[in-house]
Design a protein around this ligand. Sequence first.
Ligand SMILES: *Cc1c(COP(=O)(O)O)cnc(C)c1O
Length: 432
Amino acid sequence: MVNTTIKTTKSQEIFAAAQNLMPGGVSSPVRAFKSVGGQPIVFDRVQGAYIWDVDGNRYIDYVGTWGPAICGHAHPEVISALHAALEKGTSFGAPCALENVLAEMVIDAIPSIEMVRFVNSGTEACMAVLRLMRAFTGREKVIKFEGCYHGHADMFLVKAGSGVATLGLPDSPGVPKSVTSNTLTAPYNDLEAVKALFAENPNEIAGVILEPVVGNAGFIPPDAGFLEGLREITHEYGALLVFDEVMTGFRIAYGGAQEKFGVTPDLTTLGKIIGGGLPVGAYGGRRDIMEMVAPAGPVYQAGTLSGNPLAMTAGIKTLELLQKPGTYEYLDKITKKLSDGLLQIASECGHEACGGQISGMFGFFFTGGKVHNYEDAKKSDTVKFGRFHRGMLERGVYLAPSQFEAGFTAIAHTDEDIEQTLAAAREVMSSL
Ligand SMILES: *Cc1c(COP(=O)(O)O)cnc(C)c1O
């Protein structure tokens, strides 16, 4: 399995051509490997815990298409459900019974969600939820946290973590100051900073939005009391609490981080897993708030492909698979083995490192101590991470190509996959 001389000639040819056709050769920035160096590999197919590149190399995958592949790629039951749905057509642009099925599953699962609206991406869900927060409260300011990513809409591109951090852009050109002037930011896990913002802007803050477990600045869990504290402060000031669970929904637990931590927000955004690998997002929450969304209410939001029958089908089947008893226990067990193993190996090889996992989400930083926020995360040795990443890739392990991204396991990962990954990590770490 250890093969440090993989050939990636075809990947290189295809990527070289792509750079003339698409900006940076990719359809989404982090894919270009800018922050780890070297060339990205070009995928040919995915199955279970593995991906194959166009040169025929196989990799154990810990990106899982950035989260959706929690059951493993191309799960046979998802694929066969999609085949059956495909026979009935690809898009209706009209109500479809599958929407009810997925809506009920989401409402049953996620404690805060009494009604839901389907969209096509996490970005769209976050844009829409912000409009709704503002409409419901009649206030314009919103608090987000440094290092949290809520999609690429203008008003969220302030200290927005991974993709943006990776490019070294604190903001993006093209985002007007007037649009972000109502976006207030605080360090993650810092309740005092949030209190200060509310005290300075009483009656002006519509709400607080956050990743209840951060994945877009690397993996950063909430400190004890942080989520509870935000719930209290937002209540006190008549503001809304919004959990962006695009990544954590159905991953941290079936009911998301809100179930795991027992803190119920007013609104929640979802994406990734609920589309089972097809493009989907959703937002939902308290009925009185959601009833403001058009056409029930005046807050406009629409989508040609929203509620798409193929996406609904993949989502429904994926959630059904996740409902099997033992799913999250298994994810927790193998991911803990991976995370503990990586930290142990790093320490044996003399590298300062920290990290952790919850269920099938994990993270690893080349820095000592503990990472509580984005400032801490930025202390990580990204050059070392780049070399680690490359070494793992050469040994058939595909990790997220940035120090500032969480990793994901799937129920398709076996004990043996984890052991092979750790064996590769030992070789690479001892040579860094
Ligand atoms: C991925 C992600 C988004 C954006 O979702 P897209 O489908 O990529 O637009 C938003 N918020 C969080 C927390 C995410 O992880």
